[in-house]
Design a binder for this molecule. Structure first.
Ligand SMILES: Cc1cc2nc3c(=O)[nH]c(=O)nc-3n(C[C@H](O)[C@H](O)[C@H](O)COP(=O)(O)O)c2cc1C
Length: 205
């Protein structure tokens, strides 16, 4: 889809057409697009839990205060942010050593630099950065999904503890966002909400 049209057409779905099955083959190309999201130091803090199993999705619905949209959606996506993504520097950059792009010594420096950057700034920064990076990834997911014919709704209406327990989310990870995905029931679509004019949210210097 042409990009400006894509931005215009992406809406937060109020409801979905029931009974539409989504498979891993449908999700995979969206996640291949999402791989290209930017992330600080290319640490790729975002991780995805994809729920396509309908029984499990009903348990997700319970953790989401019973919202009907979770029932009618084809699937639910949880976007996690890894607060300790900096510990993956070696894993992510080893390939560059193998290809001769950087030396072992440069990799060691990269590991030291990233460790220092995050550990000096502390826990609050690690959490904030996990949320920042996973949010960018989630936005790309919603656009990529729309581009491939799927509608989404970002949602914060769920019980963190209940959701964490359901998927054994490790203590190092934040659940940044839940997204329902499916085919929007267009008759349920509301008018686009008011948007502030550009001057109201922009300052030039
Ligand atoms: C972080 C975040 C959390 C949201 N949580 C919910 C939610 O829990 N339930 C819901 O129906 N919509 C939720 N929304 C969707 C917003 O209501 C929606 O994006 C906004 O009204 C603008 O509409 P549009 O996305 O169709 O342009 C959320 C959006 C964001 C970005």
């Amino acid at each position: 889809m042409e990009f400006t049209k894509l931005i215009d057409k992406r809406r937060s779905a109020n409801n979905f057409i029931e009974g539409i099955t989504m498979t891993e083959e449908d999700i995979r190309p969206i996640l291949e697009d999402v791989k290209l999201a930017p992330s600080a130091f290319n640490l790729q803090h975002a991780e995805y839990i994809v729920v396509l199993n309908q029984e499990l999705k009903e348990k997700v619905r319970e953790a989401a205060y019973g919202q009907y949209k979770v029932h009618s959606a084809s699937g639910v996506i949880l976007v996690l942010g890894d607060r300790e993504a900096y510990k993956q520097t070696a894993h992510i950059s080893q390939g560059m050593v193998d290809l001769g792009i950087i030396t072992d010594c440069e990799l060691d420096n990269l590991i030291d630099d990233n460790t220092k950057f995050y550990e000096e700034r502390g826990e609050a920064f690690m959490k904030e950065d996990a949320i920042r990076n996973a949010s960018l990834s989630a936005m790309l997911f919603m656009l990529a999904a729309k581009n491939r014919g799927w509608d989404t709704c970002p949602m914060i209406g769920f019980d963190q503890q209940q959701m964490r327990a359901l998927f054994n989310v490790p203590a190092t990870h934040e659940i940044v966002l839940m997204m329902t995905i499916g085919k929007e029931k267009e008759s349920s679509q509301s008018l686009r909400g008011y948007r502030k004019p550009v001057e109201e949210f922009t300052t030039y210097y």
